[in-house]
Design a protein around this ligand. Structure first.
Ligand code: GDP
Ligand code: IMO
Ligand code: MG
Length: 429
């Protein structure tokens, strides 16, 4: 068997969590391959709403196993808080959750380093979620990191103290006022105490050699879906650098983030919103600073799942979408949040960019707003609610036309359309 992949084609928050949950009944294993608690994946069903940060979005189906892969970074405090929230709702994640022992740990001091790094950047700040993502991946690649598999080793405390010492030294050299730091509203000491309590609880979870487990499962004809976090335009190599996250969010990240060969990659599902959003700083060519942007934010309830920050909104950006499709080798497109466009008479789509008076189709090296101007095509809106639509064929004509336009431009079929946040509000072709 092969590993199918679901990943985001824009700046994150495309609706990956919802679609992974919709697909889960067809898979034996759901595996997250990168990112950490910067992610916020929302799943809604039966009038309930859950936001997951570290735990894969297949957790609501008890017969499916969920793996936190080696490419993911875990903050034990946030992880256990998530586990407790699920338990309150009667979902006992420990029953169908596995953690790779190669996944790296986010230390409390990683979060402090993140905060200091951002504040030193001033105007140029990335708008990080401040979950310690950059500093933790930095330590991973600098070969300083601590991994889940180290938790049960005798010298864990020693190694923790040594790494914390290095971090404190760095923080001291920035003249950071350590006493004023609050981590999720807690002082450093309290947070660290809770972090260690969480580590104690984490030891009760099944820790595995994720790569062995997955490859063996595939040999045994088990079906696997890899769940991405963030989106292609936040990829550390190909996104709008430096306003990106610190991992490879693209399909290539599945192999290193789970320990599987490229030969084992199956279908790649690319998730995109019918428009665009971005949270945090960085260029966004189709951003709407006007009333239209406000309507998109209001209709789409575009506020960050992790930080609550308002998301910046704009029209669909085809050159960026095509770039993402190319990087990932997308087989199937899934269009999300079509219902958010319900009230528009006209819908615009950026089909090309203009730079220095020249029209171009490619996503450029520097996506600067000052020099890049979107060239728009205008399409008819459907101006109808989609509440009662139960099949792809029953979509209003202008929406079908919108989909056909995207398919023609990208050359990839849109085989699924989402028309509301609930699991059941999903139409398959
Ligand atoms: P993810 O990070 O890619 O999993 O996406 P988020 O959960 O951060 O953000 C997507 C938001 O849109 C969530 O609040 C979802 O409940 C919501 N959502 C998903 N699909 C739809 C849809 O088709 N229509 C509407 N209106 N909301 C949706
Ligand atoms: P999901 O998985 C949207 C953004 C942050 C910031 C930049 C770097 O829910 O789609 P980081 O915390 O990684 O240092 O932040 O990336 N960002 C996201 N934006 N959705 C996400 O995840 C994101 N994860 C990080 O806002 O601009
Ligand atoms: Mg999200």
């Amino acid at each position: 068997m092969k590993v199918d992949v679901i990943l985001g084609l824009q700046w994150g928050d495309e609706g990956k969590g919802k679609i992974v949950d919709v697909f889960t009944p067809h898979y034996d294993i759901i595996a997250r391959f990168q990112g950490g608690p910067n992610a916020g994946h929302t799943i809604e069903f039966d009038g309930k709403k859950f936001v997951l940060h570290t735990i894969p979005s297949g957790i609501f189906h008890r017969s499916t196993l969920n793996l936190i892969g080696n490419g993911v970074i875990i903050d034990p405090f946030i992880f256990i808080r998530e586990i407790d929230k699920l338990a309150e709702a009667g979902i006992h994640a420990e029953e169908n959750l596995l953690i790779s022992n190669r996944a790296h740990l986010i230390l409390p001091t990683h979060r402090m380093l993140d905060a200091v790094s951002e504040s030193l950047k001033g105007q140029a700040k990335i708008g990080s979620t401040l979950k310690g993502i950059g500093p933790t991946y930095t330590d991973k690649f600098a070969r300083n990191g601590l991994r889940v598999g180290n938790l049960n080793e005798k010298d864990f405390m020693e190694r923790y103290r040594a790494l914390k010492e290095i971090h404190l030294h760095t923080l001291g050299s920035y003249s950071a006022d350590l006493d004023s730091f609050l981590l999720d509203g807690l002082s450093f000491e309290t947070y660290e105490e809770k972090w260690f309590e969480a580590i104690g609880q984490m030891k009760g979870f099944r820790m595995v050699e994720g790569e062995q487990f997955l490859n063996k499962s595939l040999d045994e004809a088990k079906s696997v879906m890899a769940e991405g976090a963030q989106g292609t335009l936040l990829d550390v190599d190909f996104g709008s650098y430096p306003f990106v996250t610190s991992s490879n969010t693209i399909a290539a990240g599945v192999c290193s983030g789970l320990g599987i060969s490229p030969h084992r990659i199956g279908r790649i599902y690319g998730i995109f919103k019918a428009y665009c959003t971005r949270v945090g700083s960085g260029p966004f060519p189709t951003e709407l600073m006007d009333e239209t942007g406000t309507i998109l934010r209001r209709n789409g309830n575009e506020f960050g799942s992790t930080t609550g920050r308002p998301r910046r909104c704009g029209w669909l950006d085809l050159p960026a979408l095509k770039y993402a499709i190319m990087l990932n080798g997308v087989d199937t497109l899934v269009m999300m949040k079509a219902d958010v466009l319900n009230t528009f008479e006209k819908i615009k789509v950026c089909s090309q960019y203009k730079k220095g008076g020249q029209v171009r189709d490619e996503f450029p090296f520097e996506l600067s707003e000052d020099t890049l101007e979107p060239v728009y095509k205008e399409l008819s809106g459907w101006n109808l609610p989609l509440n009662n639509i139960e099949s792809f064929d029953a979509l209003p004509d202008p929406l079908s036309e919108y989909i056909r336009f995207i398919e023609k431009e990208t050359g990839i079929p849109v085989d699924m359309v989402s028309i509301g946040p609930d699991r059941v509000q999903t139409l398959k072709r």
